[in-house]
Design a protein around this ligand. Sequence first.
Ligand SMILES: [Zn+2]
Length: 384
Amino acid sequence: MLFMDIDIVEYKYEGVSGRYVTTVDLERFYLGLSDLFEICVEGRSVENRDVKSVRVGSGDKKIFMWSQMHGNESTTTKAVLDLLLFLDSGNEMANSFLNAFTLLIIPIVNPDGAFAYTRVNANGVDLNRDAVDLSQPESKILRRVFDEFCPDFAFNLHDQRTIFGVGDKECAASLSFLSPSFDMDRSVNVTRERAMKLIVGIYDALRNHLPNGMARFDDGFNLNCVGDYFQYRGVPTILFEAGHYKGDYLRETVRGFVFRALISALSELEADRYIDNIVDKYFLLPENNKSYVDVILRKVLEPFSGVFWSVSLQYEEVLFNDRILFLPIITEISKKESKFAHVCVNTELKFIVQVSDLNRLIGEKAFEIIDFGSITVNDLLKKQ
Ligand SMILES: [Zn+2]
């Protein structure tokens, strides 16, 4: 069976949606899993929350995945839950995966960051810069599970910001991949090449669904990044980055793309089909480019001078009552915009404050500075 035949809606776990996903959601999810799945407490976070793993399958190939080591990056976690539901479905391909693989997954590595909706853990440390230092309990857990499991392949699952576009095209980077470097020279050895070949397989499987929306993440080397470190240890590792898709600030569409990417990765690995992929195609993938802002307001009148300005906005994500609010912040005021925008507003708007230097408004909340008329943040978020 081709994975394209899979109806992703059928396997979508409806118990989570949106951007705020915590271990409370996971606990509810685990209750619905069959006894094929072994849930294990691997350790505890700084604030004493459980870090749990899910183990499933009886195959020889060992795949290790972890998500949400950055607490505010939940899209891949949602896709992992969908994958687990798929594996529990009795679907022919799912059963074949369970025979081929032993999967060990930590859906939320950073439960305190997930709870507080922060990138860092409760000590303010970026766990993806702690792979060698191992200064944090969550980093130690991840390393111990990796060492004990000895995976054949590792998937490092993240979200990326809306600022990334695909090369110099006017296309958002909805999914980006990386086969991380293992040295400063960014050399390519057998390990790194395997990860590159698997990315080529995923790309080929998804390009009909997402023709211009996939890119290659920056391969600058830092041994304290988990992917770089695991690759250095000789385990092929792929970084998955879930990004923006038009109108999809809740990242439910991209969740589906990540699910497809995971299924296609497993299907490439199942019979080692990825080995035949051409590694050069990896380098043909356009690179991630910081080419986007969330919103550009094309005509904002400065009433005292009568001059129109172009104003760029970037959302700050704020946790409020278990939901994420998107707060537009002014990032640039210029005569001509320097970046693409996910949403352009051509309606005439005007500044409601008077300052001698407009640059002093950079970093301010847009709705306190500009009269938006009848336009709300929700209008901007949904506009395509
Ligand atoms: Zn991340």
